[in-house]
Write a protein that binds this ligand. Sequence first.
Ligand SMILES: *[C@@H]1O[C@H](CO)[C@@H](O)[C@H](O)[C@H]1NC(C)=O
Ligand SMILES: *[C@@H]1O[C@H](CO)[C@@H](O)[C@H](O)[C@H]1NC(C)=O
Length: 501
Amino acid sequence: MALTLRGLEVCLVVVLLSIFGGIQGEEESVITLDHSNFTDFVSKHDFIFVEFYAPGCGFCKTLAPEYEKAASILKKNDPPITLAKFDAFEAVNKPIARLYKVSGFPTLKILNNGGKNVQDEYNGPRKADDLVKYVQKQLGPASVEIKSTNDAASVIDLAKSFIVGVFPEFSGEEYENFTKLAEKLRNAYDFGHTLDAKILPRGDLSVKGPLIILFKPFDDLFADFKDFDITAMEKFIVKEDDPSVTVFNMDDPGNPYISRFFSDRNLNTKVTMILNFASDNAATLKSKFYDIAHILKGGKISFLLSDLEPNNERLLKFFKLDGSLVPLIYIQGNGGKKYLKANVEDDQVVPWFKKFMDGKIEEFIKSEHIPQENNEPVKVVVLKNLQDMVFNSGKEVLLEFYAPWCGHCKKLAPILDEVALSYQNDPNVLIAKFDATANDVPSDKFGKVASYPTMYFISSNKEMIKYTEGRTKEEIINFIQKHRHDDEKEMDEPVSLTDEL
Ligand SMILES: *[C@@H]1O[C@H](CO)[C@@H](O)[C@H](O)[C@H]1NC(C)=O
Ligand SMILES: *[C@@H]1O[C@H](CO)[C@@H](O)[C@H](O)[C@H]1NC(C)=O
C-alpha cells in the first residue's frame, strides 16, 4: 500500500514537473552562445545583435524579459534578425568578451559582416520596443525618403530631433554628402530626405533645396542650413540639437540631453534649478531661468531644470543638497567650485545670476555646523573644522569618511568606539568621523572618496596614509602604533589594551 502511494507521489511529481517543464521549455527566441560556438555562429551571420551579460548583474536581469520579447518580434522580421546572449563573466568566455571590448554589463552590440564590423555599443532605453526600433533602423537606410504628408507624420517623431535634407533631385554632391553624414551619424540622429518641403511639419516651406532642416522639440523648434560640407553639417547639427534648458527626469534614463549635461565633455559651467513644479511661483521661476539660458546659450554654460518629485530625489542626493533648500539654483563651475542660491525667490533669480557672472558670489562649501558638544569617544569632524582638528592639531588622526545609510559603516562604528576608548588617555591620538554626505570632502587632499567607509591616517607630521587593513580593533590599533609619528611609537600597547588582559 505504502509503495503504491509512493508511486503515486512520484507520478504526481513527474506530472507537475512536465507541466512546469512545459512552460519553461517554451522555446527561447534569444540564442545562447558561449566560447565553444560564438565565433562560428557569428561568422555565419551578416547581422546579429548580441547581449554580453553577467549572471549576477541587476540591469541584465531587468533587461532579460524585454530582450526576449524583442527577439521574438525580430525573428519574425523579414529577413529574420537574430538576437543572442553571451555570458561574458564566465572565465572561459572572457577572452571573447575582451575581444569585443566589453567593459560593463549589459553591453549590447550589433555585429555585422560575420562579426568583422562591430558597431558602437547601444546605450539607448532597454524596453523591447526601443530595442526593436533600434535594430530595424540599423538594417534600413540611414536616411529614409519622405514622399507624402503621411510619411512625414509617421517618420518624424516631433518629440525628438529629426534632420531632413530637401533636394531638387536625389543626386549631386550635396545629396551624396548628406547621405554620407547620415550614415556616419545614424546611431545618434534620425535622418530623412525629400523632394517636397511642403509636406514637412511646421511651416509651408516652398524651398526647392538643397537645404537641411533640423526639427527639434525645444527652443525655436527648427533650424535650417545650406552648407553641404560634411564637417560643417555635423557642426550645425550638434550646435542646433542642444536645448538651452534640459529638463531632468529620472524616468528617462536614455535621454541624450540629460547624459550630455552630466558627461561634461566641454567642461561647461552647469546650472541646475530645482523647484516644485506644482508651487504657485513655479511658472515665474521657470521663465526667468529660461530667459537666462536663452541669453547665455552658446557659451560654455549648460542649464538643467528639475521638478522636486520623489523619483528625482537622486538628483538632490547627487548634489548633496536637502529638499528644504528648494527652490534652488545650484552651479557647478568648471574649476570644481560650487555655488548655491537656496530658497530663491522670483525677483532674485536674475540679479543673483548677474552677480554670479560678475564673480561676486561666494563659493558654496557644504559643511555641517561645528558641533557644540563633541564628547563621544569618536570625535565628529565637519568640513568647517577639518583643518583645525585634523591637519593643524599636531595629533595622530584616524579619520573615517562615512555615510549614515552605509551598512559597513554601522558595523565599524562600535569597533572605532573601542579603538577610541583605548586611546582615551593618549592626548596625541584622535579617532574621528566625517559624514561625507553632509560635508564636501576636499578632493585636493583625499581624492575622490568613492566608497564608505573610507579611512585615512594623518600623522602629526601631516603624512597621509589610506587605511586598507582589516577592520578589527586590534588591526586598527596595530596600524596606528606602526604609523604614528610621535615618540609614543616605541612604547608598549596603549594602557587600556593591557587592562583588558
Ligand atoms: C552554444 O553552446 C552552448 C553550451 O554548450 C549551448 O547551450 C548553446 O545552445 C550553443 N549555441 C548554439 C547556437 O549552438
Ligand atoms: C562635400 O563634402 C566635402 C568634404 O566635406 C567637401 O569638400 C565638399 O565641398 C562638399 N560638397 C558640397 C557641394 O558642399
